[in-house]
Ligand binder design. Structure first.
Ligand SMILES: [Zn+2]
Length: 74
């Protein structure tokens, strides 16, 4: 799994506790899609979103480990 941090942007508020003490990182996954990772320092919740939609962590991991076409990854 290789995640590339492209930039850290402006602070946003936590979707769980509405605290502004969050870290937001935009990452580009190996399948080429970019996701926002928001980590809250107040309640320690972490969330992933893509184009405003919440992503499940398993979806993120699937995207990050998506096998290349033609590889025998069975
Ligand atoms: Zn929070």
């Amino acid at each position: 799994m290789s995640l590339v941090t492209t930039r850290a942007s402006q602070l946003r508020s936590c979707t769980t506790c509405a605290s502004n003490r969050v870290t937001e990182i935009v990452m580009t996954l190996t399948d080429g899609s970019s996701v926002d990772f928001v980590s809250c320092h107040a309640c320690e919740s972490r969330s992933w979103t893509q184009a405003g939609r919440a992503l499940d962590i398993s979806t993120v991991l699937t995207k990050a480990t998506k096998p290349r076409l033609g590889s025998a990854a069975a």
